[in-house]
Every structure is written in C-alpha cells, then in structure tokens.
Design a protein around this ligand. Structure first.
Ligand SMILES: [Zn+2]
Length: 329
C-alpha cells in the first residue's frame, strides 16, 4: 500500500502536525469519486498505528503486528463505518445513528494495542442528521490519541458544524502528478490518457480502470448516441434498446456526459453544434437527476432503473427537438 502521488502533499502536512503533536482529531478527506480517498484513509491509519514508530506519521513498516492486523481488517482499534447491508443483501442508503453511537462507545474504551484508535467513516453524505449530531459530541470532546477520518466526494455537501471541527484533506489532482502515474500504470498513449481523464472527471483511479477495461470506446459510442438523440436522429426507444442497463457503469457514463457538457470539458467526442443552443439550466437539472438516481440506486429495482433512464432520454430528445424548432423558425 503506497501513498498516491496526489495525496503526498497532504500527507506531508499531516506528518508535520504529528511531529509537533498537534494532529487533528477529525480529518475530512474531500476528493472526487475514484481518486483513492479510502485507500489514503487506510494508509493514514496504518501509518499512525504502526508499532515501529508510535505517534509518528511515517510509512508503515508492513511487518509489525499492527500493520498485519490492518491488512487483515481485524485491527481491534480500527473501525470502518459503512452503510450496512439489509436482509435482502442490498446496501442501505444511510449510516444510521445506532452505528455512530456504537462507534462513540468504542472510541471511549482504552486502545487494545495501547496506541491510537482510528475510525474511518466511508461517506459523510450517507449520514443522517441524528448520526451527525451523535458524532458531533465525539468530535467536540475527543479523547487523546483518537482520530475520526470522514470521507466525502464534495466538501460542499458536509454540514458546517462538522467541517469546523475537522482538518480538511484535499488531494492535488493536477495533471502533472496524475498523468505520469497513469502512464506507469497503463502504458497508454497520451491521447488515451487525456480522453480517460475527461471521461472520469479527472479521477485517476477511475481513469485507470477505464483504460484497463477498454471502457473508453464503449463510453464514446454511448455518448455519441446521446448526441444523436439531441439531434433527433435517434429516438429514446432506440437508445434504450441499445443500452445494457445491467452494466452498472452506464449511469456513470450518463453522468460524465452531462458533466462534460455542463463544465465544458467535452473533448473526448466531437463538440456538437446543438450544445451552443442549450439552456444550461436544463442540462444542470438533468445532471442533478442522474446524480440523485446514482445515490439512490442501491435500493432501486431494475424496472425503476429502466424508467428513470428512459425519462432522462426522453427529456434529452425533447430539449433537442426545441432547439431544432427554434433554429428552423
Ligand atoms: Zn508496522
């Protein structure tokens, strides 16, 4: 387990804080989906719990008892809080207050291995209001050598009361760091790497997977079919028939299509004349819809998925129809 290049700067800052014994008890890692923030949280925990250099934040030795226990996910002083799975095997949508109460109790106990106690909370946005309130108490009066690491895709979604009690950790996702890493991981050409970064909203791990799984060609074809839909050269039903909704990536592809239009990063395919006439209010609304559905899809049925997908295709077709109508009149 290594520290990704784009987290190194943040890691150094935390190292200095640890050396001066002023490491925050709450860390908020705000980084987009697919940037390796969970891996980084594990790396931090492993570094801090490593028995070779207690209380210092140095690369974990990977040999001591603590390091081995982290790798086996059985460390008694490390807690990972994620959404639970219900009786039907589906992931729940939220992290409940009971989970946080249990965590609070555990963090009050003495560390079994005598070092730090560290909790990682997988998604701040999945927490309910009562979960937040329950966690606040622990963040306000933390015991010594206790750390809570919170993860989020976007700091804007985190309540101010939580933010003000945490130190922010933000990766440096500039291309100078990300591109050389992708080159080593995939040996892909610069053009392929650029396309993958556009498709993945600059998230390195997502970009790597897209290259390794040959996903880019599929994405391009899918995005093209949405362009045809906007031009009214294909119907929503035709696009629906050609789309494999069993493929979980489809919703990500849909999100990246609207993201690229909204934020003007559409360079993977040819820019479409119709984009210029789009009312951004509508495209942002569609993008929000896709994101909201992605968030809720854990509990959604296949039928729901199909209906939602179809509704978005129809709206996109209708937006295109109006553009054509205006240009012709
Ligand atoms: Zn170690």
């Amino acid at each position: 387990m290594n520290c990704y290049a784009w987290f190194e700067k943040a890691y150094c800052t935390l190292q200095k804080a640890a050396d001066q014994q002023r490491l925050a008890h709450g860390l908020l890692i705000a980084a987009p989906y697919g940037s390796g923030k969970l891996d980084f949280a594990y790396y931090l925990a492993k570094s801090l719990l490593c028995e070779k250099h207690p209380d210092r934040l140095t690369s974990p030795c990977c040999e001591c008892k603590s390091c081995l226990l982290i790798d086996a996910e059985t460390h008694p002083d490390f807690y990972f809080i994620d959404t639970l799975v219900d009786s039907k095997g589906k992931k729940k949508q939220s992290i409940g207050v009971d989970q946080i109460r249990m965590l609070n109790d555990s963090l009050l106990e003495t560390a079994q291995l005598g070092g730090w106690r560290i909790a990682v909370i997988s998604s701040v946005t999945a927490m309910t209001t009562s979960s937040f309130n329950s966690l606040l108490k622990t963040l306000e009066e933390p015991k010594s050598r206790t750390m809570i690491i919170l993860l989020t895709d976007s700091a804007a979604k985190v309540p101010a009361t939580i933010k003000s009690r945490c130190q922010m950790v933000i990766p440096d996702l500039n291309n100078g760091l990300v591109k050389p890493w992708l080159k080593v991981q995939t040996s892909a050409s610069d053009k392929v790497i650029d396309d993958a970064l556009v498709y993945s909203d600059n998230s390195p791990i997502r970009a790597m997977k897209a290259i390794q799984d040959n996903e880019l060609e599929e994405v391009r074809t899918f995005h093209e079919s949405l362009d045809y839909l906007l031009k009214n050269k294909r119907t929503p039903q035709e696009v629906l028939d050609d789309t494999d909704l069993e493929n979980e990536q489809v919703w990500n592809w849909l999100a990246s299509y609207f993201y690229q239009i909204n934020f003007g990063t559409a360079s993977a395919g040819k820019p479409v004349e119709q984009y210029k006439h789009l009312d951004m209010k509508h495209t942002f609304k569609l993008y929000d819809k896709v994101l909201a559905y992605q968030k809720a899809r854990f509990s959604g049925s296949n039928l729901q998925s199909k209906l939602q997908f179809q509704a978005i295709l129809i709206q996109w077709f209708e937006i295109g129809r109006k553009i054509i109508h205006i240009s012709n009149s």
